[in-house]
Design a protein around this ligand. Structure first.
Ligand SMILES: NC(=O)c1ccc[n+]([C@@H]2O[C@H](COP(=O)([O-])OP(=O)(O)OC[C@H]3O[C@@H](n4cnc5c(N)ncnc54)[C@H](OP(=O)(O)O)[C@@H]3O)[C@@H](O)[C@H]2O)c1
Length: 243
């Protein structure tokens, strides 16, 4: 895979009903790929799929597959259904992610588990199921990390832990599968204007990255020649509020 024309390729994007995942799904569709959109809420997912279908000439390239990435069985079904629908799998974008922010003594154990289960377990489950298919196509796994995976902050223990761990996971996976012809990359954005977080709420949105910026990084990555593997891309807003 080394082109901006992704015709004939098939992708899965988790967390695709809104925000960054939706923008990535839209960019992959525009580049010609078939895309399976995954998220928990069936209604939101189907609404997004219908909107994206209205913008493509070939709605058969779209599938909405409800999936809670915290559940291994859901991830198994997601990969199986996408492969059954498209006959192949070339690209997996592990984007689904949540944040619960509180100082450790105030963090509820269930919130801790939900963050780790979504941001880390879900990535493992989807990768585990996808790798056998990606071996056949020389595919690409792209994990959406965060600058919170290298910069810790007060109240961020669960989210920081999940995204620090995701970086380690991605690098180890990259070494596991690179000789099978599978590339693994992490894109680690700073603040992106989505519904994700209350952390930067109230600071306005103008200075933030847009979901489309992250989507562009995904499509640009996929255009690299087979010999090249940009394994970690950090993206920052160029002019954040001065501290
Ligand atoms: N926004 C930022 O500033 C920022 C910065 C750096 C990195 N990121 C990362 O970028 C990714 C996307 O963030 P976003 O800002 O686009 O968030 P968002 O707008 O809140 O969207 C999150 C998406 O993930 C889905 N999702 C949540 N839990 C899920 C689960 N258990 N299984 C399947 N899908 C699930 C949501 O749909 P349902 O709720 O229906 O499942 C939704 O489609 C996350 O990994 C986040 O950590 C965000």
């Amino acid at each position: 895979m080394n082109s901006r024309d992704l015709s004939g390729k098939a992708a899965i994007v988790t967390g695709a009903s809104r925000g960054i995942g939706r923008a990535i799904a839209e960019a992959l569709l525009s580049a010609g790929a078939a895309v399976a959109l995954a998220a928990r809420s069936r209604d939101a997912l189907e609404r997004t799929a219908a909107e994206l279908a209205g913008r493509t000439r070939d709605p058969a390239r779209l599938r909405a597959i409800p999936c809670d990435v915290r559940r291994y069985e859901d991830c198994r079904r997601l990969v199986a259904e996408a492969v059954a629908a498209f006959g192949r799998l070339d690209i997996v974008v592990n984007n689904a992610g949540i944040g619960h922010f509180a100082p450790v003594p105030e963090m509820r154990p269930q919130d801790w588990r939900d963050v780790l289960a979504t941001n880390l377990d879900g990535v493992f489950y989807c990768c585990r199921e996808a790798v056998p298919h990606l071996r056949k196509t020389g595919g690409w796994i792209i994990n959406i990390g965060s600058l919170a995976g290298k910069n810790a902050f007060a109240g961020g223990a669960a989210y920081n832990a999940s995204k620090f761990a995701l970086l380690g996971f991605s690098e180890a996976l990259m070494q596991d599968v690179r000789h099978d012809g599978i590339r693994v990359s992490t894109i680690a954005p700073g603040s992106v204007a989505t519904e994700f977080s209350s952390i930067t709420a109230g600071q306005g949105e103008d200075w933030k990255l847009r979901p489309q910026d992250v989507a562009r990084a995904v499509v640009d990555l996929l255009a690299f020649p087979d010999r090249a593997l940009p394994s970690l891309i950090e993206m920052r807003p160029s002019r954040p509020p001065k501290k």
